[in-house]
Design a protein around this ligand. Structure first.
Ligand SMILES: Nc1ncnc2c1ncn2[C@@H]1O[C@H](COP(=O)(O)OP(=O)(O)OP(=O)(O)O)[C@@H](O)[C@H]1O
Length: 318
């Protein structure tokens, strides 16, 4: 797999104190990688280092390379970084208003993202593309709305449209659904996965929710005390964790009977799949719907993205 992002020896410090130490990671084209770990383990600082958005007193050393960009992103000046941000690497943060301008209509904001990076020439073409992007996140007719006229979930969908506007090589999401109502979390996750899949963009997804990782990601990295302590395919790490910290994280999570965890990864499976008789849908899966919760022994056609447990531990043929 061609690597889109290659991070090596990344160390983040404030004064003499190291907050992130010697992190190495890579993400392939179109690959979806989760970054998990307890609060304070260094996930956000790692993500912010990729795009030069660390707080003023915090310094990163090491190397961050993005395919197609000649210079290292660590140590690059603001001019170079601003050409990469929002064009080659886009980010979605927890709070949508940090990315939106409260005084500008959302359609204009999405159009402007393309005009700034010249991925669309001319206001008319950019506005048409913005309308299409907003329709893709199921926000038809919101071109003229201001952010305050939308709900939290709608605002985060605008941010997803903004982030995907320039077909970035890498999308970094830092807890993008944590602030949202559970009923809209699944929708936003699905839009993110569909958006990156359609563009073959790589995804680095930071969350503390292991169920979300099981549903969205193919590979996972576990951070502890500023270091990556374990990594591998999601199914392997979640069913056979090697590091004691990962074992604790799984034990403390609601991913019970992890041995029987079966993940249908959106994009890897057909839009809908049949689960064998006896599959029990986990009550709190990232894509849980009332139907799923009300019908724990659902054996019919499942929407893509469900994580389920099979009592016999068999892998469903989806
Ligand atoms: N500007 C700063 N100055 C000093 N320490 C900082 C600064 N920013 C973050 N830290 C510390 O660095 C460590 C890692 O922070 P980071 O935000 O990356 O953790 P995280 O894993 O993303 O946590 P969370 O899940 O709570 O967001 C924490 O101990 C935090 O207190």
């Amino acid at each position: 797999m061609n690597d889109v992002l290659t991070v090596s020896g990344l160390t983040v410090s404030v004064r003499d104190k190291s907050l992130v130490q010697d992190v190495g990671l890579s993400v392939g084209r179109g690959e979806r990688v989760g970054l998990i770990g307890e609060s304070g383990s260094g996930k956000s600082l790692t993500a912010l280092s990729l795009i030069g958005l660390l707080p003023e007193d915090v310094v990163a050393t090491g190397s961050v390379r993005l395919a197609g960009i000649e210079h290292d992103l660590i140590g690059a000046g603001e001019r170079k970084l601003s050409k990469v941000r929002g064009r080659h690497i886009a980010m979605v943060f927890q709070e949508p208003m940090t990315a939106l301008n409260p005084t500008m209509r959302v359609g204009d904001q999405v159009a402007e993202a393309m005009l700034i990076h010249r991925t669309k020439r001319g206001r008319r073409a950019a506005r048409a593309a913005a309308a299409e992007l907003l329709a893709r996140v199921e926000l038809d007719g919101t071109m003229k709305s201001y952010p305050h006229q939308l709900s939290g979930g709608q605002r985060q969908r605008v941010v997803v449209a903004l982030a995907l506007a320039n077909d970035p090589a890498l999308l970094v999401c830092d807890e993008p659904t944590t602030a949202l109502d559970v009923t809209v979390q699944a929708m936003v996750l699905d839009l993110i996965v569909r958006g990156v899949t359609a563009r073959d963009s790589a995804l680095l997804f930071i969350t503390h929710d292991l169920a979300v990782v099981a549903t969205v990601c193919q590979r996972v990295l576990v951070m502890y005390g500023g270091r990556v302590v374990e990594s591998g395919p999601v199914e392997e790490v979640f069913t056979k964790p090697r590091h004691r910290y990962t074992q604790g994280l799984l034990a403390a999570s609601d991913l019970d009977s992890a041995d029987h965890l079966l993940t249908t990864i959106p994009g890897n499976v057909p839009a809908a799949g049949k689960f064998p008789s006896g599959c029990v849908f986990r009550n709190r899966c990232a894509f849980a719907t009332s139907a799923c919760e009300a019908t724990p022994e659902w054996t019919g056609t499942a929407e893509r993205g469900f994580a389920c447990f099979h009592p016999a531990g068999e892998v469903a043929d989806v």
